[in-house]
Design a protein around this ligand. Structure first.
Ligand code: KG4
Ligand code: ZN
Length: 334
């Protein structure tokens, strides 16, 4: 047949994942083994533990991906794997598994940028229209990326300090919430009031860059000052106020960029795209604007291998292949 099946592999952080995707847009199987419980008691991802888990889980998730799909190796056209960015020891497990399998099964090998994967998680729902604006919000990245065609990425704005997810995780730690903190703050925010006016870093007029260290420091100071006065602030109110500040900046800058570049579509990508406050705010901003907004279903917001296979399909179609010298690259550029 003319159908193309890509096997995707993802091991950049704390999920070991394998998936099979048909023609870049249809999930045939999607297996994810999460390590969150093993890292929780340390309050964050411990790289050495992550690597060991990936080694234990990789063959199991691969088996699961094939079983769930009811497919055999003969039907696979290429192997796509997250090449970077991420934890080097974690990435190495996926990259070496992909290389070994590509060599043994004689399949093309395709290295994928993790963030390209997050972007392509949106293509399962709807076909892309260009120029397209992507708001990337993950644990390590906060960026506005302009795409003129498949597989091309122009950075038009980025964070100057913390990533949005990183700010969420740090504020969660101040409130003694378990790792990962983002979903916890999101849940708590829904029960609180926006009673504290935390700062918003708009930066220089017209800038599409972000900064979240100011709001983070302001949360620390607010808690500290209240404690000194013998007051206790409601954690739900802190969460709601912090989230309001972050979501306001993300929504406003995305809106400005969409206007400035006259885009045909806007999409959200990365772990923080699961945030209910952000989803709601972007939907409000873009509904009736004439610019369609794509947000991945919750299950595809966090790390998975279906998105890596979907991004890999684009490389495959464009004839881009990786060599046997491909290596895990923790600082890979989009
Ligand atoms: O994309 P991702 O799974 O991993 C990276 O590539 O970084 O993103 C993980 C980040 C974490 O910082 C986590 O706290 C955040 O996404 N996150 C959220 C939510 N779900 C995950 N942040 C805010 N609200 C959420 N609902
Ligand atoms: Zn990610």
């Amino acid at each position: 047949t003319n159908d193309t099946y890509i096997l995707g592999i993802e091991t950049s952080c704390d999920e070991t994942a394998a998936a099979i995707v048909k023609n870049g847009r249809e999930i045939v199987s999607n297996a994810v083994a999460s390590q969150i419980d093993s890292h929780k008691r340390f309050g964050g991802v411990v790289p050495e533990i992550a690597s060991r888990h990936h080694v234990e889980q990789i063959t199991l998730v691969l088996e699961e991906a094939f079983n769930e799909a009811g497919m055999t190796w003969e039907q696979i056209d290429a192997i796509a794997v997250t090449e970077g960015p991420g934890l080097v020891g974690a990435l190495l497990v996926g990259v070496n598994a992909a290389k070994a399998l590509a060599f043994a099964k004689q399949k093309p090998l395709i290295g994928v940028h993790h963030i390209a994967g997050h972007i392509y998680a949106n293509r399962f729902e709807q076909e892309f229209a260009f120029p397209l604006l992507a708001l990337i919000v993950s644990g390590g990245h906060t960026e506005l990326v302009l795409m003129h065609e498949h597989g091309s990425y122009e950075l038009i704005g980025e964070t100057r300090d913390d990533a949005a997810g990183e700010a969420y995780d740090k504020v969660a730690r101040m409130l003694n919430l378990p790792y990962p903190g983002g979903p916890q703050i999101d849940r708590l925010a829904a029960e609180g009031c926006v009673s504290i006016d935390f700062p918003r870093a708009w930066l220089k007029d017209g800038s599409l860059d972000f900064s979240f260290s100011g709001v983070k420091s302001s949360v620390i100071n607010t808690i500290h000052n209240a404690t000194q006065r013998g007051e206790t602030l409601k954690h739900a109110d802190i969460a709601a106020s912090f989230q309001a500040s972050v979501v306001d900046v993300l929504t406003t800058k995305t809106w400005k960029a969409a206007q400035a570049y006259n885009v045909k579509q806007v999409l959200v990508a990365g772990g923080v795209s699961a945030n209910q406050g952000l989803r709601q705010s972007l939907q409000n901003q873009f509904s009736n604007s004439g610019i369609p907004l794509l947000i991945p279903p919750l299950k595809l917001c966090t790390d998975n291998a279906a998105m890596i296979a979907a991004a890999g399909f684009v490389n495959y179609q464009q004839g881009k292949r990786s060599g046997w010298d491909m290596n895990a690259n923790p600082a890979l550029m989009l």
